[in-house]
Ligand binder design. Structure first.
Ligand code: UDP
Length: 316
């Protein structure tokens, strides 16, 4: 198969590209390098199986040769990034989704949209099932990401209804692992970098808010399972083990063998209080569930950051 990965030089996109190549597929990565980096794909240099096109996914895109799948993973995804680039984030959900759908239509390819648990906003239902419509502040700071992804889902659904297009929507819950950007502001990268430097770990709010962290290799397997199926979704992909941010901080400190303390900082606006995926659908329709425990994944992540920050290899 030949797949186009929008956002292919990013954290998740590059791991997906690795997995596609490992099973014999060809990948065209499209990335404007605003948060991704060619270093994430450097292992494929000189390899015909991966091509990187540096381009804005919001612009019309021509890809020569056959295309069997278009996977749209191009967007700022950390709150720090999307709050700093609100209009670009909205365009990634709107314009880039339409461009991706158009590209897939021209080639008769399957289109996969990487949506997000943020479509559930600050959820009032736990755990979150795909049938829950969410609790999103439509004009709050986070709306640039949440509402853009909701629009992206709506557009993908409308495209399917109108053209019977072959589409899939996945809702990705917090994912972590090697190649997270050190400065992207997300909790796992912040905590690991802080712990390795012996600096205080910054907990926003009182640390009782929860997230459910999925290791990147599990997530990539889930994405491939959806790609290879005829599932249209939306389908949740995430690890259903719920963890408080305080527990996460303590675990990172312990695993890093760090002398770091914990420091409290203000909770960001509209920060969701609880988040946990119900993955019944993914289990039954795809036979998929995560297998990497949080401690193992954090150890891998810390090992990678240690090498990376120490000037070592940037690949995992
Ligand atoms: N968070 C924190 N300290 C940090 C970064 C994040 O306590 O240094 C909290 C943040 O307020 C949120 C959770 O960790 O409650 C997850 O934040 P992240 O930005 O990773 O992702 P989100 O799930 O909010 O998109």
């Amino acid at each position: 198969m030949r797949a186009v990965v929008l956002g292919g030089a990013g954290f998740l996109g590059s791991h997906l590209a690795d997995a596609l190549v490992a099973r014999g597929d060809e990948v065209v990565c499209v990335d404007d390098l605003s948060s991704g980096t060619p270093a994430n794909l450097e292992r494929h240099e000189g390899d015909d199986a991966v091509e990187l096109i540096v381009a804005d996914a919001c612009e019309p895109l021509q890809v020569s040769g056959p295309v069997d799948a278009v996977l749209h993973l191009a967007s700022p995804a950390s709150p720090r990034d999307y709050l700093a680039r609100p209009l670009e984030t909205m365009a990634a959900g709107t314009d880039a989704t339409r461009r991706g759908l158009e590209l897939a239509a021209r080639h008769g390819a399957r289109f996969l949209l990487a949506s997000t648990s943020e479509v559930y906003g600050d959820p009032l239902v736990h755990p979150q099932r795909e049938t829950y419509w969410g609790n999103v502040n439509p004009v709050g700071a986070r709306s640039v990401y949440d509402e853009a992804k909701r629009y992206a889902e709506a557009l993908t659904a409308a495209w399917h209804r109108t053209y019977e297009a072959d589409v899939a929507v996945v809702r990705i819950f917090n994912t972590y692992g090697p190649r997270l950007r050190a400065g992207d502001g997300r909790v796992v990268s912040n905590f690991v970098v802080q712990a390795l430097a012996g600096k205080p770990l910054t907990i926003y709010g009182d640390g009782t808010q929860t997230r459910s962290f999925c290791y990147v290799s599990d997530m990539v397997k889930g994405l491939l399972a959806v790609l290879d199926s005829s599932v249209r979704g939306p389908v949740n992909l995430g690890n259903p083990t719920e963890t408080t941010i305080l527990e996460l901080a303590e675990t990172v400190i312990e695993l890093a063998g760090s002398p770091s303390s914990i420091e409290k900082a203000p909770l960001p606006e509209d920060d969701p209080g609880r988040r946990c995926p119900d993955i019944t659908l993914a289990r039954s329709e795809l036979g998929w569930e995560p297998t990497v425990p949080l401690r193992d994944g954090l150890e891998q992540t810390a090992r990678w950051f240690r090498a990376y920050l120490g000037g070592g290899a940037s690949g995992s």
